[in-house]
Design a binder for this molecule. Structure first.
Ligand SMILES: *Cc1c(COP(=O)(O)O)cnc(C)c1O
Length: 365
């Protein structure tokens, strides 16, 4: 019989990785999927055909263009990246965060972010041996400027991540405070604009004046989560260093061809984004009208709600009714009894609201 590997794993795998919980993705087949901030819409059928044709002519027998130059040109044009800034691409922005950790993280270094925020900042810091400092948001989820600046002075982070708007709270931090952080930070400041399609707010225009600022975007939330394409924009000197820790062919040829095609038809994704923004406002009013539900205003394609009852019970019952949302509840934490709900298609949003109304009832007028 083959002996088990426990002793070898104990000897060879660093304890901090053995103790790590893997990133959990719940089963979602056949469910109304409102847990992962995906765009609920496909490309229109005619465009899908043309997209297939574009993929069909990709040379999958060859290695992809290592620099993805044509794709980066399109990104520059569609997102109006300043001329004197450069772009590096990642297999999702997750990979870009990992590249930043390889470049300016590691033992003896510290990354920083407000809390609660996007979980990958902490996860990647952990498994690259980078210290991670969290600075609590205020009770209304705005950023505590004083606390951030104090923590920066104390911990001297080599990289600070500011999700703008923030996940999972949905609000955009104050521009003035972010500006101050960029000025006072001893290292890089990455403004993560994953939800730009829904907020319309950006720090791209500040790249030319701030040498330590980088702006991160992704196509995931705009309708192409399956492609895995993230982009990081900043001073060409930084991009040149990041390019050295990027694996040579990290953006495969189907992603390059598929994303290029979609950027040539980006108006279609923008129209879908406008629909989602309008539906977000409708969903916000409906959620806020349910008894025992408090909805927080959002600049993104999701809405954070706090329940007056046990959120885990509501989460489980929603799941039984075929609606999957994200349960953020931690007893005694700042997200106690909170759920994060992605804005879906109109019928999906209605299914969620009806289920919640059924369980909780309408708010007394
Ligand atoms: C979803 C999300 C991302 C992940 O982007 P990928 O490109 O899919 O890896 C990055 N940042 C924030 C704040 C997010 O919410």
């Amino acid at each position: 019989m083959k002996p088990d590997n426990d002793d070898l794993l104990d000897k060879l795998v660093p304890p901090l990785i053995r103790d790590l919980k893997p990133y959990h993705v719940p089963a979602s087949r056949g469910m109304v999927k409102l847990d992962a901030m995906e765009n609920p819409y496909q490309l229109p059928p005619a465009l899908r055909e043309a997209w297939l044709a574009a993929l069909g002519s990709a040379s999958i027998n060859r290695y992809p263009d290592p620099g993805a130059d044509e794709l980066r040109q399109r990104i520059r044009r569609v997102f109006t990246v300043p001329d004197d800034s450069d772009i590096v691409l990642g297999n999702g922005s997750d990979e870009l965060i990992q590249m930043l950790a390889l470049l300016v993280g590691g033992p003896g270094r510290t990354f920083m972010a407000p809390a609660p925020s996007f979980s990958m900042y902490e996860m990647i810091s952990l498994f690259t041996g980078t210290g991670f400092r969290m600075v609590p948001l205020k009770e209304d989820f705005s950023m505590d400027g004083e606390a951030m600046l104090d923590a920066i002075r104390e911990s001297q982070p080599s990289c600070i991540f500011l999700a703008y708007p923030n996940n999972p709270t949905g609000n955009s931090f104050d521009d003035g405070i972010i500006g101050q952080i960029i000025t006072e930070a001893p290292g890089l400041v990455v403004v993560d604009e994953a939800y730009f399609s829904f907020s319309g707010r950006t720090f791209l225009g500040r790249l030319p004046e701030a040498r330590n600022l980088m702006v991160m975007r992704t196509l995931s939330k705009s309708g192409l989560a399956g492609l895995r394409l993230g982009m990081l924009m900043g001073d060409p000197a930084w991009i040149a260093q990041l390019d050295k820790v990027r694996l040579p062919y990290n953006i495969n040829c189907l992603t390059q061809a598929g994303a290029s095609f979609c950027l040539d038809h980006y108006d279609v994704l923008e129209t879908q984004g406008a629909t989602i923004r309008a539906d977000r406002e409708a969903l916000f009013r409906q959620l806020d009208g349910i008894s025992g539900v408090r909805a927080y205003p959002s600049d993104a394609n999701f809405i954070l709600v706090r329940l007056a009852v046990d959120a885990t019970r509501v989460f489980e019952e929603l799941k039984q009714r075929g609606v999957l949302v994200k349960n953020l509840h931690q007893p005694g934490g700042v997200l106690e009894n909170c759920l994060r709900i992605t804005v879906g298609a109109a019928d999906e949003n209605s299914a969620l609201v009806s289920a919640l109304m059924d369980m909780l009832g309408a708010r007394a007028a």
